[in-house]
Design a protein around this ligand. Structure first.
Ligand code: 5GP
Ligand code: ZN
Length: 127
């Protein structure tokens, strides 16, 4: 795809839409929380926040700096980003003391996605 990504998640270049979706601009909630949120943990390119409406005793959200709207666009991540993201998810769960947990990505509104910046739910702490 012939687009370039800016740090705020917006696109530029020939394919840029005249009016980009709000989620791809500085209006994106998770781009904002990446920059300004109360981070439980962070590593280069990824942060973790606690879900504001927890669905489990421990409910974390792993958010990459790299904005894509959903997991559908995962191929826009490099192999290095993929590996570091998955390693970080496992590391954060372990650091929270979780042995048994769920890692969930909701893809699309009918699957429950409400924030259109890729994020991984880590839910655990039942036992
Ligand atoms: P999704 O429904 O897109 O898979 O997940 C979005 C999650 O973000 C939801 O579980 C929701 O509770 C959480 N969330 C929405 N707004 C905020 C916020 O401002 N702060 C935090 N910490 N979590 C939020
Ligand atoms: Zn974003």
């Amino acid at each position: 795809m012939n687009t370039e990504r800016r740090r705020d998640g917006a696109r530029q270049g020939a394919e840029a839409p005249a009016s980009p979706a709000p989620e791809r601009t500085s209006d994106c909630l998770f781009c904002k929380l990446y920059r300004e949120g109360d981070h439980v943990a962070a590593t280069d390119g990824f942060v973790v926040i606690r879900d504001i409406n927890p669905q489990a005793p421990v409910h974390l959200l792993v958010i990459p700096e790299h904005h894509v709207d959903s997991f559908r666009e995962i191929s826009e991540f490099s192999a290095d980003e993929d590996k570091r993201m998955l390693d970080f998810i496992a590391e954060v769960a372990a650091r929270e003391g979780l042995t048994d947990y769920r890692v969930v990505v909701n893809v699309g509104p009918s699957a429950g996605q409400t924030v259109f910046h890729l994020h991984w739910h880590i839910k655990g702490g039942w036992a």
